[in-house]
Design a protein around this ligand. Sequence first.
Ligand SMILES: Cc1cc2nc3c(=O)[nH]c(=O)nc-3n(C[C@H](O)[C@H](O)[C@H](O)COP(=O)(O)OP(=O)(O)OC[C@H]3O[C@@H](n4cnc5c(N)ncnc54)[C@H](O)[C@@H]3O)c2cc1C
Ligand code: FES
Length: 295
Amino acid sequence: MRAFRDAGADIVGVGSALIGLTTDEMGEYFRTLERDMAQGSNVAEQMIRYDVDMQFRPVILVSNERVTDDICILTFDRKVDLQAGEFVFLWIPGLGEKPFSALADDPFSLAVIDVGLFTHELMSLQPGTEAYVRGPHGTPVAPPAGAKIITVSGGTGLAAVYQLARDFPNSEIFTGARTAERLYFLDECRKIAPVHVSTDDGSEGFHGFVTELLREYLQQLLPAERKNLIFYNCGPSPMVRAAVAVEREFCGDDQIFSAIDYLTKCGVGLCGACAAPDGRRICVDGPFMDGASVV
Ligand SMILES: Cc1cc2nc3c(=O)[nH]c(=O)nc-3n(C[C@H](O)[C@H](O)[C@H](O)COP(=O)(O)OP(=O)(O)OC[C@H]3O[C@@H](n4cnc5c(N)ncnc54)[C@H](O)[C@@H]3O)c2cc1C
Ligand code: FES
């Protein structure tokens, strides 16, 4: 019984040790732990992250702007320290907590699409409401210096890539929607980068899917220019998969990063709910992960 209890404690200990570690870091942790056990050393302990912040911090809603029939932009009263590519959990007492990319860090804002109970409540959240934010979580994006960044987004995927295009100067934004009425935040985007717009019905910009617009753009680039591209895709999964397929026609997998909203619960790598088909967990290895992991 005692041995059983100790084994349980070890498992809990190892579980806590893995909070916030990416899959690569976790592999390295276990290899080091094995060496420690063989040599009687304790090097693995230095790899444990004691800095993962699980605190919720209050934010107050300043404005709630409905930008399409089912998308709103929530702007809060303060800055939340976030790097491009990271995400947060928003907690509304009595309603629960859900993961969101930040549209921007200062002031902290979210673009939310109405898909269920939580997001529906956000559509009518009143200015003055106190909400709580946990995070940031995930791994910030880190494109190579000098790379040209191409972001491809649909729906609220724009939230995940706006700050990225803002923070990396050599960026271009591709964004698509079914109709012109479903486009939003374009003026803000145009202030930070060239914007390429498509609508399925041709009511604004290129007539067709954003992926077709992207193909036309890539076709006219020289091979050397294509080699210097890094793609960040975010939006509905069919759009992301189509974008990856087009990008692969011209570029390598190592140039393609995509974020897909796998179910995300703990946000710190413990529960496994957010595992991609290849086993990586988007909450610590992503949300942006290389192309091969999402197709
Ligand atoms: C890293 C990340 C960033 C995100 N960024 C945004 C964003 O900027 N804007 C936005 O509108 N949405 C974003 N989402 C998705 C958002 O979390 C879900 O739309 C939301 O949780 C739905 O909750 P609900 O109660 O309204 O709907 P529910 O009725 O609970 O579910 C509706 C659908 O939403 C998805 N969903 C539900 N819960 C989760 C969850 N915990 N994690 C992921 N997907 C879930 C499922 O596909 C489900 O079928 C993001 C998700 C992740 C993982
Ligand atoms: S491991 Fe729990 S949400 Fe990613």
